[in-house]
Design a protein around this ligand. Structure first.
Ligand code: ATP
Ligand code: MN
Length: 479
């Protein structure tokens, strides 16, 4: 008998058909009603058993968490909560689950804390919340590829192991095959990387941008979408040591084109989720409502999750220069009442508390800040005519803070050389990047979006560890 997936059955129920469904038992009530889930949708299929017709020992094995196969006829359901149900004719136990053991896990159907769920990251896929989050994470990833493909971008695979550290001095994970107890040294005691696997010092990438620029300056419009690593020891709810970054790069784009692309792209992906993930979103919307009601002091918005997504899709992002944002912050109530923990003055990098004030309190919508002081941004960002700022842009989202960081890139060889020297980057390490400015250099721009930050926004989850299947954070790489 052909196996049907529950999502298909519920979408187009073929009443009277005999079908087989395989999945995991979520609950078994009154020795009669099985709630079966196969992961294809958040919805369960109700399978109804006439217990008189089945062996007692078999029925005993239909417990929460067990994997079973049921075959029967699909009929209209008279009960509340479902339109159709399966009248079970035969049952096969595929994998048993010991009820006493299940009691101790997140499969036990009751409310668990997210912390407890994280300790059982290998089992949390079985819960409604995480099923919904990871189905949506898939939809977001698919929509990202679809957007770029439909708009003529090429997907470029940039390296994971890299010899360039141009962004995050000190934030990189080293890659080596040295015997760590016996590292080859030079005469002066320093490490002899010549003897290492690549003959030089290499790390896990913190960004694919520099390589993406090389591709953009030939293929026109490209994007990367891959794992990214940062050894930042900041145990925040918005940072992972391993995350996924999307980095488009477009030849001939300036900062304004870059902002237009970012806004159009983010709206497309969010709208895709609104249109294609209805069941999961409805579930997360209710979850978010309860969360917000239980933590009024941390309330992020008066809107529900779905309203927040619709709001972003239907409204223009606010765009303003960093300098104006500093003015707004210095006029703000929390500034005057000394409520900000970190300093605000022209030249400092904005902290999450400042970003969230601008987005959640002042503008009440996504904000794109541009033209930051050159000292606090990367060397490759294009110098503005004022000599003080660069053509940078950060997109700030409610509840998240920075979700995208991007810029127009410095295309002038002389300025770029000066900047990299000022940032202490040796030309010999960067010759391949500088070369692109020697041969047909053109203005170009791009940005980096952290996939997990976007998934946080569309699911309403407030900790980044809960939107990636296996989070890597300081002191934590279990599973
Ligand atoms: P932040 O200021 O939030 O630490 P950043 O300025 O270091 O971020 P960028 O180097 O601009 O980040 O990276 C581009 C995007 O990648 C960010 O806007 C964010 O969405 C994402 N990102 C950066 N660092 C992390 C991280 N440790 N974990 C998850 N996402 C990240
Ligand atoms: Mn940034």
């Amino acid at each position: 008998m052909k196996r049907e997936r529950i999502s298909t059955i519920l979408k187009e129920p073929q009443l009277g058909e005999k079908i087989t469904v395989k999945g995991w038992v979520r609950a078994f009530r009154s020795n009669r009603f099985i709630q079966l889930n196969d992961g294809s949708t958040i919805k369960n299929l109700q399978a109804v058993v006439d217990f008189e017709n089945f062996d007692e020992n078999l029925l005993k094995k239909i417990t929460t968490g067990a994997a079973i196969s049921v075959t029967g006829k699909l009929v209209e359901s008279l009960g509340k909560g479902q339109d159709v149900e399966l009248q079970v004719e035969s049952i096969e136990i595929i994998g048993e689950a010991n009820p006493e053991e299940v009691q101790k896990t997140v499969m036990q159907p009751k409310k668990h804390s997210l912390e407890f769920l994280r300790e059982q990251a290998h089992l949390r896929f079985r819960t409604n919340t995480f099923g919904a989050v990871f189905r949506i994470r898939h939809a977001v990833s698919y929509a990202i590829h679809k957007y770029f493909n439909d708009n003529g971008f090429y997907y470029i695979h940039t390296p994971i192991i890299t010899g360039s550290d141009c962004e995050g001095a000190g934030e990189m994970f080293h890659v080596t095959n040295f015997d760590l107890n016996n590292i080859p040294k030079n005469e002066d005691g320093s490490i002899n990387y010549k003897e290492d696997f690549f003959g030089k010092e290499v790390s896990l990438t913190v960004s694919g941008q520099l390589e993406a620029e090389l591709a953009a300056l030939a293929l026109g419009q490209v994007y990367t979408f891959g794992p990214t690593f940062r050894a930042e020891n900041s145990n925040t709810s918005r940072h992972l040591a391993e995350f996924w970054m999307i980095e488009p790069e477009v030849a001939f784009n300036d900062l304004n084109d870059n902002m237009n692309l970012t806004e159009d792209f983010l709206k497309y992906v969010i709208n895709y989720v609104l249109e294609n993930c209805k069941d999961d979103l409805d579930f997360l919307n209710e979850r978010d409502k309860k969360e917000q009601a239980s933590k009024p002091q941390n309330k992020r918005s008066d809107m529900t999750l779905i309203e927040r997504l619709e709001f972003v899709v239907n409204n223009d992002f606010e765009r303003l220069p960093y300098t104006e944002a500093i003015d707004i912050l210095m006029q703000s109530k929390p500034y005057k009442k000394k409520k900000f923990q970190y300093e605000v003055k022209w030249g400092v990098d904005l902290q999450s508390e400042h970003e969230r004030y601008l987005v959640e309190k002042h503008f009440k919508k996504p904000v794109i800040l541009t033209d930051y002081p050159k000292e606090i941004k990367a060397f490759y960002m294009r110098q503005n005519d004022d000599g003080k700022t660069v053509a940078a842009m950060d997109v700030l989202f409610p509840g998240i803070g920075e979700i995208v960081g991007g810029s127009q890139r410095e295309e002038r060889l002389d300025v770029l050389k000066e900047k990299s020297a000022a940032f202490g980057i040796a030309e010999k390490d960067l010759w391949w990047y500088l070369d692109t400015r020697r041969f047909g250099s053109v203005p170009h721009a791009g940005f980096g979006l952290g996939l997990e930050r976007l998934v946080m926004f569309v699911t309403g989850m407030t900790n980044i560890r809960d939107v990636i299947p296996f989070p890597r954070t300081p002191q934590n790489a279990e599973f």
